[in-house]
Write a protein that binds this ligand. Sequence first.
Ligand code: SR1
Ligand code: MG
Length: 423
Amino acid sequence: MAIATPEGYRPLNEGTVGVFLAALPTIRERLGGEPTGWRVREVGDGNLNLVFLVDGPRGAVCVKQALPYVRLVGESWPLGLERARFEWEALRVQHRLAPGLVPEPLHFDEQLYAIVMERLAPHIIMRKGMIAATVYPRFAEQIATFLAHTLYFTSDLGTKAAEKKRLLERFAPNVELCKITEDLIFTDPYMEHERNRWTSPQLDDAARAIREDLPLKRAVAELKLKFLSEAQALVHGDLHTGSIMVTATDTRVIDPEFAFMGPIGFDVGKLLGNLLMSYASQPGHETRRGERVEYQEWILATVQDVWNGFERRFLELWRSRPEGDAFPVAHFPGPDGARALEAARRTCMRRLFVDSLGYAGTSMIRRTLGLAHNADMETIADPDRRAACERRNLALARELIVEAGFFPDIAAVADRARIVARG
Ligand code: SR1
Ligand code: MG
C-alpha cells in the first residue's frame, strides 16, 4: 500500500524539478535563461532523500527533497516528511552562526518538503576524497570553527535562556530522526537485531563479543542516556564525513536533518569517529603495502587538530563572549574569580572531551555492525581485508568508549590508534 502524504506533496523527478523552480522568481533569476535549457541531475546517494543538481546558464542550485520513507530500506520503513523542515531551520541557524561553512539556504517549499540551496561546486563529499587519499589542508581549522560557533552560540554559555528554550521548542519534535539514532547507534549493535549486518563469517566472533560485553554496554547505555536527556546545544546530529563537502580550500557542512538540542560531544565525537574509521580503512585501499601510511598520519594529525581547534575556539568564545545565562561573570570577580572561572571552563572541556571519545566509539561500532555502513570500509572488495580493517576499528572503538576517561588528551588517542593499527 502506498504511504499517505500531505495534499500537494509529490516526489520530484528530473523532469519536474525545472517546473517547480521556474515558479520561484529569485531562483529562476539565479539560474538564468529558460527552464528548458536547465540541466537537472538526481545525485542523491545518502540513506534518506532525493537530491537534484540544477545548472542554468547563469548559476546553479541544489534541491533536496524528503521522501516519505527511508531510501536505504524502501517503503517498508515510512519516515515523516517534517524532517525537511528541521533541516531547513537548522541550516538557517548554522548559516547565521557559521557563515561560509554551510551552503546558503535559498528556499523551503512547504508542500513538497523541498529545500533549495546553494549548489556547491567543485566540492565533493569528503568521505569520497578520503577513500582516494586526498589531503584537505584547511579542513581541521574550518570544521573546528563550525563546531565551536554552532555549538557555543546555541548553548547556555553563548545564548540567553529564553532563546535556548525557543530552540528546544523548535527542535524537540524531531523525534523520528532522534529515534533512528537511538536505535541504530545506541541499541541495535549491542543485541541480536534483524537490521544488523557485518562482514560475515569473518566478524561473527567480534559481533558476539560486543553483544556479551557488559562494561561496554553499560558505557554505551550511559552515552544513550546523555543523548536522550542532555539538551546542551543545537547539534547537527549526523556530522560524519558524508555530511561534509570539501575542496582543497573550502569546507561546507550539509544535511542537518537530524538536528536537535543534544550533547555537544555527539557532534564532535561522530566526526572524530568517522575520521578514525577512515584511518582504520586505509590499509584496505592500498595497492602496495605501506602506501597509505603517510595519509594515515595526515588523518591522525587532523583528528588532533579538529579537537584542539574546537577546544581553543570554544574557550575563546566563552572568554570573549559570555552572552549566555550560565556562569555569570559577575560571580567571579578579581584574579581569584578569574582563576576559578577558568578552572570551571577547563573542567567543562574535559567532560566534553570524554563524551566526544565515547560518541566517536559508538559511531565506529554502528557503521561496522549495524544497518548503515560506511563506504570507507564497504568499498574494500576483499572481505578478508575489509574484516581485518573493521576488526581494528572495533578494537579502538571499544577503548574509546570504555576507557574514555583515561585518555589524557587527543594525542594519546592518536598514539593508541597507531598501536591498535599495528596489532
Ligand atoms: C536509516 S538512516 C541510517 C543513517 O543514515 C544517516 O546518515 C544517519 O546516520 C542514519 O543513522
Ligand atoms: Mg544525511
